[in-house]
Design a protein around this ligand. Structure first.
Ligand SMILES: [Zn+2]
Length: 299
């Protein structure tokens, strides 16, 4: 009698372990990675699928000589930031491609994003612009309604969102343009020097190009650096004082002046005054450590 209860329990335990193993395998399958290796045994290419809210997206990581350990670290980081980013925007107008390539480079040139590709440099260090560039590819860069992808459709909100999200999700990364310093503090510093560029210039598609475009792979100018910092601080202000929902309604719109007035019920000039008076009253000055972090950019 005792023996048969023992046997039955054993069978049940075995069954439960089998079911759990099967469930684990299914779960691993959905986020399975598939690697190809080069002759030195390093990962050359990694494919993985990440699902968020039942939507599956394939990422292809293209490596150039970085260790497998580094690729594993990047994979974990990608899963975390991608999920967080996808959860920010409930009703996106832009649909990112189903397959996104992420090309990793060791050299220290300027990273960039395309519609279905992110190209990252400076991968030797921990300071690379994964979130910034991914933000362009995931939220769109250009006329979202037509699912187009090009720069001259609202640099201020595109670059602002990228700079803000990079700092919001990974505040310790020392990357362009704020090197882990809160962009609000840098705007306060610029304001003290009367070097703030007005949003009417940064937010106007006709003139924004002169401020945001980075020619080739050369060092960015002081003016361009200021423009990126301001954009990040301005978008941070909208998220904190308004909401992500309202931000995404003015994001990537052809006429920022018009979308601000219809979504937020005020002119861009009024919003700019609000932002700068917030900077004056609620933001602290750069510490010595902050100044050391951005010394490379300061005049
Ligand atoms: Zn950018």
């Amino acid at each position: 009698m005792k023996n048969s209860i023992f046997k039955r329990s054993l069978v049940i335990i075995l069954l439960i372990s089998l079911i759990m193993t099967a469930l684990l395998l299914v779960n691993r399958q959905t986020e399975a990675v598939s690697d190809t290796y080069n002759e030195d045994g390093l990962i050359e290419q990694r494919e993985l699928n990440i699902s968020v809210n039942d939507e599956n997206r394939k990422f292809v990581i293209i490596n150039s000589g970085l260790s497998s350990n580094k690729i594993n670290k990047l994979t974990d980081e990608l899963k975390i930031v991608y999920k967080k980013m996808m959860e920010l925007n409930d009703s996106p107008t832009y649909t990112p491609p189903k397959k996104i390539m992420i090309e990793l480079n060791k050299s220290n040139l300027i990273s960039y994003a395309q519609k279905n590709k992110v190209v990252l440099y400076n991968m030797y260090s921990d300071n690379y612009l994964l979130v910034h560039e991914l933000s362009h590819t995931l939220f769109g860069f250009g006329n979202s309604d037509n699912n187009e992808f090009y720069g001259n459709y609202g640099f201020l909100t595109q670059e602002g969102l990228a700079v803000f999200l990079q700092f919001y999700l990974e505040p310790d990364k020392s990357v362009f343009p704020n090197n882990s310093v809160n962009p609000d503090k840098i705007v306060k510093y610029l304001k003290g020097k009367q070097e703030v560029i007005s949003l009417s210039k940064l937010g106007n598609p006709e003139t924004a190009m002169n401020y945001f475009s980075i020619e080739g792979n050369t060092q960015t100018s002081y003016k361009t650096w200021i423009s990126y910092v301001e954009a990040g601080s301005f978008i941070q202000f909208i998220v904190n004082q308004y909401s992500f929902e309202e931000l995404f309604k003015i994001y990537n719109t052809e006429n920022l002046e018009a979308s601000v007035s219809s979504v937020l019920n005020k002119s861009l000039t009024e919003l700019e005054e609000e932002w700068l008076s917030y900077i004056d009253t609620s933001v602290s000055d750069l510490s010595q450590q902050d100044k050391d972090n951005i010394i490379f950019y300061l005049k």
